[in-house]
Design a protein around this ligand. Structure first.
Ligand code: GLU
Ligand code: ZN
Length: 301
């Protein structure tokens, strides 16, 4: 157990009700935080208005509550944090890290190689200057190999310029991107440990770059295995994963517990019994290794 305070978080996107994949992320981050005597904060990632479904944030909070999750401090909503994202973006602009891009998605897909997480922007607009009408704002990614030790996945290395390319910080429609918002918020909330699904593993090196450029600390990371559906696709609200039923928390909690590789609990009659069992019996080293997601092998040391 590392010395010092532990502050974790769960940061769902309210694009639909809580589904099994997000319950796994909630449970893993929660039990890791509590087993370190740490705090667990909640953040609603509603920075992207077109993705937000009316009522979903409330439904997620009600489900977490019905399941017996207890969070610390007020719930943060990204939609109310735009000034902080603008400040961070302006800092990067002042330091010369940002340029405007007017390439269409089509042009990019036609010209780009595929990287670890979609097309690698080929840098077409790199020489453009700011201030000529609506444009996406991209980070001029510095050439560097980012290396970090994931508590579950081991050492991860990524050359972000080559594998992701210059990524967008603010879209042409003004929306701040996940990468920028999450870095600003994890720092503002004092998050020391990020536990989340491995579908976000490819985002972490980009976030570490932003932390460096903004002078923010890098938390420790643990990326949980991702729940796949029968076709091998990630369960998500987009693939219409079944929402979990807030009226029957116990079987869903036990299923998430088992998915995380924890010992079968024996007979449990209530959610209260689940939580006393889980808080005493959680062993992170039992979480099964990642399936289905790999960086390109030369970068996977
Ligand atoms: N909002 C993201 C999601 O629901 C999670 C972000 C994070 O944990 O960094 O997939
Ligand atoms: Zn461009």
């Amino acid at each position: 157990m590392p010395a010092g305070p532990y502050r974790g978080r769960f940061a769902p996107t309210p694009s639909g009700p809580l589904h099994f994949g997000s319950l796994v992320a909630a449970l893993g981050s929660y039990l890791e935080a509590r087993s370190h005597g740490g705090e667990w904060l909640l953040r609603i990632e509603d920075v992207d208005p077109p993705r937000v479904v009316a009522g979903a944030a409330d439904a997620i909070l009600r489900t977490l509550e019905a399941f017996g999750f207890e969070w610390d401090g007020p719930v943060v909503h990204q939609s109310r944090r735009l000034a902080a994202y603008r400040d961070a973006l302006e800092h990067l602009i002042r330091e010369g890290w940002v340029y405007p891009c007017t390439c269409s998605r089509k042009q990019i897909t036609a010209a780009a190689r595929r990287g670890v997480d979609g097309p690698v922007y080929p840098g077409h607009c790199r020489a453009r200057r700011l201030g000529h009408g609506p444009a996406a704002l991209r980070l001029r990614v510095p050439a560097a190999r980012i290396v970090f030790d994931d508590a579950l996945q081991g050492r991860v290395a990524c050359d972000v310029a080559a594998e992701c390319g210059d990524f967008v910080l603010q879209r042409a429609d003004g929306v701040y991107t996940y990468q920028l918002a999450v870095v600003v918020d994890d720092a503002a909330q004092g998050i020391t440990h990020v536990v989340r699904g491995a579908d976000l593993l490819a985002s972490t090196p980009r976030q570490i770059i932003l932390q460096g450029l903004l002078g923010l600390p890098t938390p420790r990371y643990l990326h949980l295995p991702v729940v796949l559906d029968a076709r091998g696709d990630k369960l998500s609200k987009q693939t219409l994963a079944q929402p979990i039923d807030p009226r029957t928390p116990l079987p869903a909690l036990i299923a998430a517990w088992s998915f995380l590789g924890q010992r079968p609990p024996g007979r449990l009659d209530s959610v209260q019994e689940f939580w006393s069992m889980a808080r005493a019996g959680w062993i992170a080293s039992r979480i099964p290794p990642l399936r289905g997601f790999r960086f390109a092998s030369p970068h996977n040391t």
